[in-house]
Design a protein around this ligand. Structure first.
Ligand SMILES: *Cc1c(COP(=O)(O)O)cnc(C)c1O
Length: 233
């Protein structure tokens, strides 16, 4: 990708982050921009790192492993559905696993992380919108999930993540973000062992400004930085 275009995109997203934060009286520094590099070539990722981005997101473990190998100094976030047979490869390479979305996976991470005497930092993925196509724990099952975590020693939940439905007008997903934020605040006030609400991961290219206005501390942005992806993903 052309470096001047990349640089312009990065500055533009950073400026939009800043404006959205200031609009609601937040400190822009509270917001971590995770650059989503799925399908993006490693040379471009290296350029983005050189231009100041330090957090990158991948939705496939294989791609995360390959890019982590080239750029281990960056923080790699796993944002896509994690299959149990890939847990082993993701552990220790992922700074944060955003996609803890089912109890079976928590048990599996416990087993694998336990074997390495390692604690895996995760976000609980919540299916706020209730769309059948989306993974994530249903809102009314979140508390039970968090209570059950007290039985695990190698899985820590450091926040919540959601993927909003695709919409034409980002205002349509504001209630989704607002609901996740409210859940985040409620959990923060309770004390569950192995749970510490630090991160609220919500907002992508289509809706990150609204997500910031509603309290996101991590936004996951791909297309606004790297352009439209060729393949899906
Ligand atoms: C692809 C992806 C993103 C980034 O989407 P863009 O529309 O490119 O900003 C964010 N989160 C998840 C989970 C993704 O899979």
């Amino acid at each position: 990708m052309d470096v001047t275009v990349l640089q312009r995109n990065i500055r533009s997203v950073q400026e939009r982050v800043k404006q959205a934060a200031l609009k609601v009286g937040r400190d822009p520094k509270e917001i971590t921009l995770v650059a989503v590099t799925k399908t993006i070539d490693i040379e471009t990722v290296k350029e983005a790192y050189a231009l100041g981005l330090k957090d990158f997101g991948e939705n496939r473990v294989q791609e995360l492993v390959a890019k982590h190998r080239v750029l281990p100094e960056a923080r790699w976030h796993l944002i896509g559905r994690l299959q149990t047979n890939k847990v082993k490869d993701a552990l220790e390479r992922a700074f944060l696993i955003h996609s803890l979305d089912r109890w079976h996976l928590a048990e599996y991470i416990e087993k694998r992380a336990g074997a390495k005497n390692f604690v895996a930092n995760c976000l609980l993925q919540v299916n706020v919108s209730g769309e059948a196509s989306k993974s994530g724990v249903a809102v009314n099952e979140v508390r039970e999930f968090l209570r059950a975590l007290s039985g695990l020693q190698h899985v820590k939940v450091l926040g919540l993540m959601t993927i909003a439905p695709e919409v034409d007008d980002p205002e349509e997903v504001r209630p989704v973000f607002r609901e996740l934020r409210s859940l985040f605040e409620t959990i923060k006030k309770s004390s569950y062992p192995n749970v510490n609400m630090q991160w609220l991961s919500m907002g992508m290219t289509q809706d990150f400004e609204v997500a910031i206005e509603e309290g996101a501390t991590i936004i996951r942005v791909g297309r606004a930085l790297f352009g439209q992806r060729e393949q899906g993903g």
